[in-house]
Design a protein around this ligand. Structure first.
Ligand code: ATP
Length: 324
């Protein structure tokens, strides 16, 4: 058989073994900051706190019961926007919503609540990865319980990005074996891509993200050349200060207001291989790669979940998968 296939499989196995002997705790930096929001906080105020802290998500805390109350993510804000669109007369009420109302908002607009899974920080990292893939959660809170008091503590949150970065940094001997072109291994999505253009409204793009259940929409010109990428997190500054009426603004306007430290978008070609994608992840804060041809025309999109899924599941037997 093809030596590339053999190396590829050996690399994947090496990474899987690594994930089984490391814990979620190992992924955390030596020191870190964790912003936890009280469930009683007004949704409107939570936006400012995220923006001021330069974060896009936070665990919620129910201080009355002393329990973890879920993860706040950009999906929640998109739900609030959908609520506002369905019930435009209730803008005053929307302004008074607290984070604890998020579940009611989901119900009102008829979306299924995301399953909140958590993992214990000392469990194998492999388990956290499998949970992520199974529930489509992009981030999982690490929750520990105090032996004496039985109280829960949110230790941190691990994301797909952090896990892939951890693999990229610690597993070069395995990632360097992944030499098959992304086209050949079918990594990513290449058909039925959701796209928009600079003149689309922010609401149009949000609608696409909801419809396709995706967190980013490539912005292309009339020749399908990639101009930019609108991500779910780009919604946060748009609605800062309760400016829901500004969602009719164009994508072009919204993207021009991105923070100065915006890292840019990452592209690759269909000839690129996972070894170089891991190289990119090692060096930069990548959340997805846009696959383009030599003329910058859009070919596909590779999300972190596509990479994680391939790394964990490719070539595994169905039976092994039932376990998690
Ligand atoms: P994140 O990128 O936020 O970490 P994720 O990895 O789950 O989350 P999504 O962008 O939600 O990524 O992608 C989910 C699936 O949809 C992936 O298989 C991806 O290839 C595909 N996908 C992503 N963006 C688009 C798009 N614009 N059009 C069609 N399919 C897409």
């Amino acid at each position: 058989s093809n030596p590339l296939d053999k190396d590829q499989m050996q690399g994947l196995r090496g990474i899987r073994e690594f994930l089984k002997v490391r814990t979620s705790y190992d992924v955390l930096p030596l020191s870190f900051r964790l912003v936890i929001l009280d469930n009683d906080l007004l949704i409107r105020k939570s936006l400012n706190i995220l923006i001021q802290n330069g974060i896009v998500s936070a665990p919620l805390w129910d201080s009355r019961n002393g329990t973890f109350a879920g993860l706040l993510t950009s999906t929640d804000y998109i739900n609030v926007i959908q609520y506002y669109c369905q019930f435009p007369h209730e803008i005053d009420q929307v302004d008074q919503f607290r984070l604890s109302s998020l579940r009611d908002i989901e119900r009102a607009i008829g979306v299924l609540p995301l399953e909140t899974v958590s993992v214990h920080p000392m469990r194998p990292l492999y388990e956290a990865c499998r949970r992520m893939l199974k529930t489509r959660a992009r981030r999982i809170p690490l929750i520990d319980t105090d032996d004496e008091t039985g109280r829960e503590t949110v230790v941190s949150v691990i994301t797909q990005y952090r896990i892939l970065k951890f693999i990229a940094v610690n597993n070069e001997q395995h990632t360097m074996l992944l030499k098959k072109p992304v086209r050949e291994i079918g990594l990513g999505t290449y058909i039925d891509l959701a796209t928009a253009n600079m003149n689309s409204s922010v609401l149009d793009v949000i609608y696409l993200m909801v419809k396709y259940n995706i967190s980013a929409v490539p912005i292309v010109d009339k020749d399908n050349r990639v101009m930019n990428l609108f991500e779910a997190v780009d919604v946060i500054p748009c609605i800062k200060g309760g400016a829901y009426d500004e969602l009719t603004a164009t994508v072009g306007d919204a993207l021009s207001q991105r923070a100065e430290d915006f890292g840019g978008i990452y592209t690759c070609s269909e000839e690129d291989r996972l070894d170089s994608i891991f190289e990119t992840i090692r060096k930069s804060r990548v959340h997805r790669l846009i696959v383009v041809d030599d003329d910058s025309r859009l070919k596909g999109i590779i999300s972190l979940s596509d990479i994680l899924k391939y790394v964990l599941l490719y070539g595994e037997e169905e039976d092994d998968l039932q376990e998690y």
